[in-house]
Design a protein around this ligand. Structure first.
Ligand SMILES: [Zn+2]
Length: 353
């Protein structure tokens, strides 16, 4: 009897035990680092995080160079903590030497430590052909670039499209963050711009590109812009079982869907989901910001997500009208979404080349 009681007590402790945040190895697979002040790295390391920093967009080469030099310096000084994805410019796209120049630039980026290539939503939503049609991601002129990325054993990290809310009227949007953002930035609110590619067209172009490159390792940022429905994500992940989705800036969309359905979805697709935040640490926003303040911001985001994934607490946040309940995911699932999946789909993360 006594033995049984001790066993029972042990079981109860195990059930109520929370998983320790700091000692749990974690990767934030979607951040933007553009700073020469590396004081924040200490905070990242104390919280047992590694970061994948994404050079964001197909800007003019001088801008890409500048963003690249920030992450390269952080990576050189902290290769166990910071990994990075490069990107390429669209300057000269369509000219005969664009492909050669782009491949040379990517080769140099990989030699300097980049483990992935980021392609942003500006492909599909900004750049146009001479006849003013939009250049989509399945444009055959990108094929040699994606083939090269695959041949170098690197990963394509792709922000394609926007949250579906972007194509809805403000009062039909599902989260306050989107309502506020698109109210403030009507130029990006696609509901008002029917001349731009539709939500469906953007996602279809992405899928056609992936079908042309079945062996290209691919991470879709922001839940692949299918954040509004775990059913849609599930269908896509079934269709592309080797690919992953990062959750950056879209975890709030889980919170407005049915809690048990979301929990079952994450458990079922535990090998294909990556934790990420979209946190930006940038000199241009940081002048005068103390390390303590950066620490507070980082920890607020990371700890709030941690509470959501690891506990069943009833929680609130500004973005949400209603309360929501934490998912209390099993520890083996947490290990995958917080660490193992990123290590697998982003080879070289945490390693000095
Ligand atoms: Zn981002």
């Amino acid at each position: 009897m006594k033995k049984y009681l001790i066993f029972l007590a042990g079981l109860l402790t195990a059930c109520s035990q929370t998983i320790d945040f700091k000692s749990f190895p974690k990767i934030d697979a979607h951040v933007h680092l553009e700073t020469s002040d590396d004081a924040f790295i200490k905070i990242v390391e104390e919280n047992n995080f590694k970061l994948l920093s994404l050079v964001t967009r197909a800007a003019p080469q001088t801008v890409v160079d500048e963003e690249f030099s920030y992450v390269k310096q952080l990576y050189d000084n902290h290769p166990g903590t910071v990994a990075f994805a490069t990107t390429f410019t669209m300057d000269g796209f369509g000219e005969p030497d664009w492909e050669e120049k782009t491949i040379a630039w990517l080769r140099k980026s990989f030699e300097e430590g980049a483990i992935a290539v980021k392609v942003w939503k500006d492909i599909g939503m900004t750049f146009r052909n001479a006849d003013s049609t939009f250049i989509m991601i399945d444009d055959p002129r990108f094929d040699p670039i994606f083939d090269f990325i695959e041949s170098q054993n690197k990963t394509l990290v792709n922000h394609n499209g926007e949250p579906k809310n972007c194509w809805l009227p403000i009062d039909e949007m599902t989260v306050a963050g989107d309502r506020n953002y698109f109210t403030a930035h009507p130029q990006y609110h696609m509901y008002l711009h029917p001349e731009y590619p539709s939500y469906e067209e953007l996602l279809a172009a992405r899928d056609r590109m992936l079908m042309k490159h079945p062996n290209l390792r691919y991470v879709g940022c922001h839940l692949g812009s299918m954040e509004w429905s775990v059913d849609e994500q599930a269908k896509w992940l079934d269709k592309f079982p080797n690919y992953g989705l990062d959750m950056a800036e879209r975890i709030v969309h889980f919170k407005v869907q049915d809690r048990d359905k979301v929990r079952n979805f994450i458990i079922k697709y535990q090998d294909q989901l990556l934790y990420g935040t979209d946190i930006g640490i940038k000199d241009k926003n940081l002048s005068g910001t103390s390390t303590e303040r950066i620490q507070e911001v980082l920890q607020n985001i990371w700890l709030s997500d941690w509470e959501y994934f690891t506990t069943d607490h009833i929680m609130t946040q500004d973005d949400k009208v209603k309360e929501y309940q934490g998912l209390k995911l099993p520890e083996n699932v947490l290990k995958k979404i917080y660490y193992e999946n990123a290590m697998r789909v982003l080879p070289g993360l945490g390693v000095k080349h």
